[in-house]
Write a protein that binds this ligand. Structure first.
Ligand SMILES: Nc1ncnc2c1ncn2[C@@H]1O[C@H](COP(=O)(O)OP(=O)(O)OP(=O)(O)O)[C@@H](O)[C@H]1O
Ligand SMILES: [Mg+2]
Length: 308
């Protein structure tokens, strides 16, 4: 795997407040990297630094080996980004907007514009005025604009913001396609976990300006012993028995039953013990952890550490 974007100890202090605190990570070619965190965590600020819209207080960022601090032009020349709402002329057509943008950048041909329009699925409406576009169409036009110069790094801050489910899915499929077919490195930010789960290869969780965890999406979802929910009566006796048998396991009692974090192999023995104790078993269900559960776990535990 070849890393193309490298952040090393990136730190930003504004008015004496540390907004970004020694963030380091690398993004590889052909990979979609998700930057996940709650409002105010520092996603946009980090992205602004990566694309050169804001200076670093300390640390460094290199893109394709070129430092954003000492070799800015080389670093950003292969980056396409949508950070704030892309500037569009509303009284011009989408096509005129792209032509206008192409004039400011060397080497963009008419063929390239046409190809890109097709790629983002705007062919039908590209000659209509931008003011008649829906939000999703504007997003796609923005995407077209930042793809015109064939970047090999694509950076999108909350790309699915404001889109309907169909629009979200399209953007998601499209982002995956760019990574897979064009070997692009893509960085996307979001605070919506389920979306990131479907879109990204790896996810970095940012909280209070710190990167608290980076994991492959697959590991993220499966990296815990599973939990099983038992519908049993009487619950009190069952809890006592569980505590005695698995003194270390987390046990929670809800309206639906008892949830215990144990390995699947334990179930036959446990059911036998229940029956031996005269406890009636009405149901057993595996409770899989969602990314959301994991996200909350990670931020709760590591967040607590941070404040220790
Ligand atoms: N120019 C600035 N001056 C002072 N504080 C700033 C500035 N830019 C960002 N901040 C602060 O930095 C923190 C991180 O903000 P940032 O916009 O990066 O968060 P975010 O993760 O993108 O949040 P959201 O999900 O709401 O977009 C916030 O506390 C914000 O108030
Ligand atoms: Mg933001």
């Amino acid at each position: 795997m070849e890393s193309i974007v490298v952040l090393k100890d990136v730190t930003k202090v504004i008015n004496g407040r540390t907004i970004i605190d020694h963030i380091s990570f690398e993004v590889n070619k052909g990979e979609v990297f998700g930057f996940l965190g709650p409002n105010g965590a520092g996603k946009t600020t980090t992205i602004r630094m990566v694309v050169g819209l804001m200076g670093l207080t300390s640390g460094d960022i290199t893109i394709g080996g070129a430092s954003i601090k000492t070799n800015f032009e080389d670093a950003v020349q292969h980056v396409g980004a949508i950070v704030e709402n892309p500037e569009m002329y509303k009284f011009l057509s989408g096509y005129q907007n792209l032509v206008h943008f192409a004039r400011m950048t060397k080497g963009i041909t008419k063929e390239k514009i046409d190809e890109t329009v097709k790629l983002v699925g705007l062919s039908d409406r590209i000659h209509d005025k931008v003011k008649t576009y829906s939000l999703g169409m504007r997003q796609r036009l923005g995407l077209a604009q930042c793809l015109l110069h064939d970047p090999n790094v694509l950076i999108l801050d909350e790309p699915t913001n404001g889109l309907d489910p169909a629009g979200i899915r399209e953007i998601r499929d499209y982002i995956r396609l760019l990574a897979r077919e064009k070997d692009m490195a893509v960085i996307v930010s979001s605070h919506i976990l389920s979306e990131m789960e479907m879109m990204c290869d790896r996810i970095g969780i940012i909280q209070n300006g710190r990167l608290v965890d980076v994991q492959r999406v697959q590991e993220f979802v499966h990296s815990k012993t599973s939990s099983f929910e038992f519908e049993v009566i009487p619950a009190d006796t069952a809890i006592t028995l569980l505590q005695k048998t698995y003194p270390k396991a987390a046990i929670t009692h809800s309206r639906d039953g008892l949830t215990v974090e144990i390995a699947k192999e334990e179930i036959p023995n446990l059911v036998k013990s229940f029956v031996d104790e005269g406890i009636q078993v009405f149901g057993i269900k595996e409770v899989s952890k969602t990314l959301e559960d994991r996200f909350l776990e990670v931020t709760a535990v590591k967040g607590a550490d941070n404040h220790a």
